[in-house]
Design a protein around this ligand. Structure first.
Ligand SMILES: [Zn+2]
Length: 568
């Protein structure tokens, strides 16, 4: 199955024209010219990258949690590096920081979920049946006899001519929705998903739980409850229950009052029980929800539940520096590199170690962006457009630093050509390939392919596209606002290594070190591949910064409409 989907992706990608050479017939003539040739290629130094990683992931930095002493040290370190590199303060107020106000919200249940109607009444258990919270920055929030309505997948996707809501007004109601995006079987082979609908096996943003809460809030729903299913969610209900601790969010001017009163998840058993109270069958409803003709189903039931919030505020920071473009006309246009500087801080000890150093996640990405920044100050000729190096905070709390920048950008997003993100670098040696998360999304893939060719390397699509990794790091907040965004990962074809080497190393990291205190610099790290990747991502940004036209989303991409509207 994976092989088939990879093949489809390859076909889709190779069918796309390379805008730097031959515009597609259907697309408006892309008058891109050949990129400016690099007269003097800067050097990329593994030793410098390793020194930055060691400093940022040292125990002294205490795992770089937002609002901690580790944040103070990290911000200072980044400012010092930016100055040493010769960059200018990235904020228009003349500083290297953008303030990032966060609120920590811990929800406690004060009234359990009760559902009544049809002459029946049932109480659902907090945590076992229902995991819920509110993003509203308020002491209490509740549903009070809110009408329940089943809204299918809760998706409105014009590019797939799909609208689960139709003309039904869900204002003030509580919608019950399915997890993931609509899994439409292929007409020719029902054992496969239709690749023309919601990208087949790959997850689109419509499948992410965050989308369901956003769409429900846009429609004024009072409550949004997602039915948890382990398969389509990709994780068990225990992971959802893990969300009951403190959750961080941005402090928006309206205190998030546009969000729903209650957001949450129902366990599958609880959802089945609730639906049966309405005389409905879960599997039958799920089947109905897989058609374009689906309409929301009123359940004739009312829901009530109340929570109390414990709130605390934290001041964190994004750290940013700029290099002014050389062209007086183009220097107010931007290419942005992002990497999150934060990690998990000090936490539960594992093998006697309580400092979550985050060497790979993401001291390494910060180090790679610093190395790319050094290259930009050394390259000749200098890029025509300006380049922003943005080290965002609070990624581990839900991509909050990048969300804050995307919502309150220092430079207009309509003048931002691309966001290139690094979250973890290759520490296992050189590869002949590079993995593109969400390959086929935008013209940036073509820039990347051209750059990779100069290193005799090739692109490879993400083999786990069903996990939706494209929506799970900082570039995504730019994509969501319409800015073409590139996110790559380590390749799998290691130079001079057996075929199983990649998976073995990857599993080792995932099982032992991912989000654990042991994510530290290891003696056997080999950053030669990360150095090549730094050059690769440098070339992409450099060529975009010099290009005649803006890179665009590929047709059919879910962010294209937003970008088109922005550039009108
Ligand atoms: Zn992480």
């Amino acid at each position: 199955m994976i092989r088939i989907s990879v093949l489809i992706l390859l076909l889709v990608v190779s069918a796309c024209s390379r805008p730097s050479e031959q515009p597609a017939a259907a697309a408006p003539a892309a008058n891109t010219t050949a990129p400016v040739a690099v007269a003097k290629m800067p050097s990329f130094d593994a030793g410098r990258m390793l020194a930055d990683i060691k400093a940022l992931s040292s125990d002294e930095f205490e795992g770089r949690a937002p609002g901690s002493k580790g944040e103070e040290l990290t911000v200072k370190y980044l400012e010092d590096q930016f100055k040493k590199i010769g960059l200018q303060p990235g904020n228009t107020d003349g500083t290297f920081v953008q303030s990032l106000p966060l609120v920590g919200i811990t929800a406690g249940n004060t009234r359990p979920l009760t559902v009544s109607g049809n002459g029946k009444k049932a109480t659902f258990k907090w945590r076992d049946d229902l995991v819920a919270w509110t993003k509203r920055v308020t002491d209490t929030s509740s549903l009070d006899n809110s009408e329940l309505i089943f809204a299918g997948y809760g998706v409105t996707a014009p590019e797939f001519k799909w609208d689960d809501f139709k003309d039904v007004d869900v204002k003030g109601k509580t919608i019950v929705v399915l997890v993931n995006d609509p899994q439409i079987p292929s007409a020719s082979d029902p054992s496969q998903l239709d690749p023309s609908m919601f990208k087949g096996k790959a997850m689109t943003y419509y499948g992410r739980w965050t989308y369901k809460f956003e769409e429900g809030a846009r429609r004024g729903a009072a409550g949004i409850l997602i039915v948890h299913e382990t398969g389509p969610a990709g994780y068990p209900f225990a992971v959802v229950q893990g969300n009951l601790g403190e959750r961080f969010d941005l402090v928006t001017p309206d205190k998030n009052m546009t969000r729903a009163s209650i957001e949450g998840w129902l366990s599958l058993d609880a959802a089945k029980k609730l639906l049966s109270m309405a005389g409905q069958d879960f599997d039958a409803l799920k089947k109905q929800a897989l058609t374009r003709e689906f309409r929301p189903v009123p359940l004739g039931l009312q829901a009530s539940v109340a929570i109390r919030n414990t709130l605390r505020t934290i001041q964190s920071r994004n750290v940013l520096a700029k290099l002014d473009g050389s062209d007086p006309q183009l220097r107010n246009e931007w290419v942005i590199y992002t990497a999150h500087w934060d990690h998990l801080g000090i936490g539960a000890p594992v093998n006697g170690d309580k400092i979550y150093n985050g060497a790979l996640d993401n001291a390494s990405g910060v180090a790679q962006v610093l190395e790319i920044a050094r290259a930009f100050t050394a390259v000749e000729p200098r890029p025509k457009r300006s380049v922003l190096f943005l080290m965002v905070g609070a990624e581990e709390q839900g991509l909050l630093g990048s969300q804050h920048y995307a919502e309150q950008p220092v430079y207009p997003l309509a003048k931002t050509l691309a966001a290139i993100n690094v979250d973890g670098v290759n520490q296992w040696g050189k590869t002949k390939d590079v993995t593109v998360i969400g390959m086929g999304a935008s013209d940036l893939d073509d820039y990347l392919r051209d750059a990779a060719a100069t290193q005799q390397r090739v692109l490879r699509p993400d083999p786990e596209s069903e996990k939706g990794f494209y929506y799970r790091s900082d570039h995504f907040n730019f994509a969501k606002k319409g800015v073409p965004a590139l996110y790559t990962d380590t390749g799998i074809d290691f130079v001079g290594k057996p075929a199983e080497y990649s998976q073995q190393k990857r599993d080792e990291y995932t099982n032992k070190d991912y989000h654990a205190p042991s994510d530290e610099v290891k003696p056997d790290w080999d950053l030669s591949g990360a150095t090549e990747d730094a050059q690769l991502l440098f070339l992409v940004g450099y060529n975009v910064a010099n290009a005649a036209t803006f890179p665009a989303w590929k047709p059919g991409n879910e962010f294209k409409a937003t970008r088109d509207a922005m550039l009108k």
